[in-house]
Write a protein that binds this ligand. Structure first.
Ligand SMILES: NC(=O)c1ccc[n+]([C@@H]2O[C@H](COP(=O)([O-])OP(=O)(O)OC[C@H]3O[C@@H](n4cnc5c(N)ncnc54)[C@H](O)[C@@H]3O)[C@@H](O)[C@H]2O)c1
Ligand SMILES: [Zn+2]
Ligand SMILES: [Zn+2]
Length: 362
């Protein structure tokens, strides 16, 4: 029997989001229904609401979530009802050309549920990143569920489903930060701070946090940044060079998603260094760089989808490190809120008041 639950829906560009009754079908073959316990508010949800990702309104927002599998469809063997899972938005197919070459983190055919969740009048919803977890329950592909130790707080676990994984992975997987490296992180929201945590975990000797908001810089320092630069008052490229013997950082992670911050990242790295773009640009943004600089500075310019993570490898590992006290993922949870508070949480995110607001469901 399809179930009716409450969920947070964005109906149009810049319309305030609303809590609506949504219809969740029973899981079909390869699908699972998950009872959501917690879901973080990510900047990407705001991008969806603003029409910055695509125009497939109405969206069922929310995608940084953890919960309990309630039911599974035919053929599902990896998870079972009662399992505590983190939802991921890149369930790899195992069959595309990337997967077959042994690079499943680049899978080009990731899975989502085939059936649609709807509004009461039958209007089909587009779940954010194929998840839609600002809802009491959601329907996903079973491969989007990764089992982890149920002893971890759901509000913390859920964050690994997107921003925290994206940031940590940008440093440890995409940027391949190593012991002794110098790392700069531009934009210290949830994703950028997670990159700071990842850089520290990987043994970076110098971690320079850059933001336009002093409060964000303070938090970045508490997460492991060794130096901070306010790029509203100081030229970040000059500052990063000064802090790295005049050369630039080995790895610069851009966690804003704007051409001007990408340009800063490009020029703030050492020769043969690495730039990692983890911030998500909007469709109209353009970047112009002298091609000779691209050539002459060498190194690599990479994008990081979801921190190049493999959920089955990385989620349980990071939960483990958190539980051992080797990383503190609890520090990312600024406040817990209800389903009705998402619009306010967007405003607080916009004001820079929070790292993560996390919707917690009963
Ligand atoms: N690649 C991925 O897989 C992935 C996953 C999740 C989120 N993201 C993206 O990462 C970006 C950051 O997400 P978030 O949730 O941390 O957002 P956030 O709003 O919490 O943080 C953004 C930070 O950037 C700072 N900032 C804004 N303009 C700046 C500028 N010009 N210079 C320096 N700092 C500036 C803000 O003060 C803030 O601290 C977003 O674009 C989001 O869509 C990417
Ligand atoms: Zn694949
Ligand atoms: Zn996200």
């Amino acid at each position: 029997m399809p179930q009716q639950v409450q969920g947070v829906v964005a109906t149009g560009r810049n319309e305030p989001v609303r809590v609506e009754t949504i219809v969740v079908p029973d899981p079909g073959p390869g699908e699972a229904v998950v009872k959501i316990q917690a879901c973080g508010v990510c900047h990407t949800d705001l991008h969806y609401k603003q029409g910055g990702i695509n125009d497939d309104f109405p969206f069922l927002l929310g995608h940084e979530a953890a919960g309990i599998v309630e039911s599974v469809g035919d053929g599902v063997t990896d998870v079972a009802p009662g399992d505590f899972v983190i939802l991921n938005w890149r369930a790899v197919c195992g069959r595309c050309r990337a997967c077959l070459r042994g690079r499943p983190q680049y899978c080009f055919d990731t899975h989502n549920a085939r059936q649609k969740m709807t509004l009461l009048d039958g209007t089909e919803l587009s779940p954010a990143l194929g998840i839609g977890a600002f809802a009491e329950k959601t329907l996903v592909a079973a491969g989007q569920c990764t089992k982890v130790d149920p002893g971890v707080d759901a509000a913390v676990a859920g964050l690994l489903g997107c921003g925290v994984m994206a940031g940590i992975g940008a440093a440890i997987n995409t940027g391949n930060v190593g012991r002794g490296d110098s790392v700069a992180v531009i934009g210290c929201g949830g994703v950028g701070d997670a990159a700071v945590v990842g850089a520290r975990l990987a043994g970076a000797a110098r971690i320079i946090a850059v933001d336009i908001d002093d409060r964000k810089l303070e938090t970045a320092r508490s997460m492991g940044a060794t130096h901070t630069v306010n790029s509203r008052s100081t030229d970040p490229v000059e500052a990063i060079r000064e802090l790295t013997g005049g050369f630039g950082a080995d790895v610069v992670i851009e966690a804003v998603g704007r051409p001007e911050t990408y340009r800063q990242a490009f020029y703030a790295r050492d020769l043969a260094g690495t730039v990692v773009l983890v911030g998500v640009p909007t469709p109209e943004m353009k970047l112009e760089l002298p091609l000779l600089d691209v050539f002459g500075r060498g190194g690599s310019l990479k994008s990081s989808w979801y921190g190049d993570c493999l959920p089955s490898r990385d989620f349980p590992m990071l939960v483990d490190l958190h539980q051992q006290g080797r990383i503190d993922l609890g520090a990312f949870v600024t406040e817990t809120i209800g389903l009705g508070d998402v619009e306010k949480a967007f405003a607080r995110m916009h004001e820079g008041d929070v790292l993560r607001s996390v919707v917690v469901l009963g």
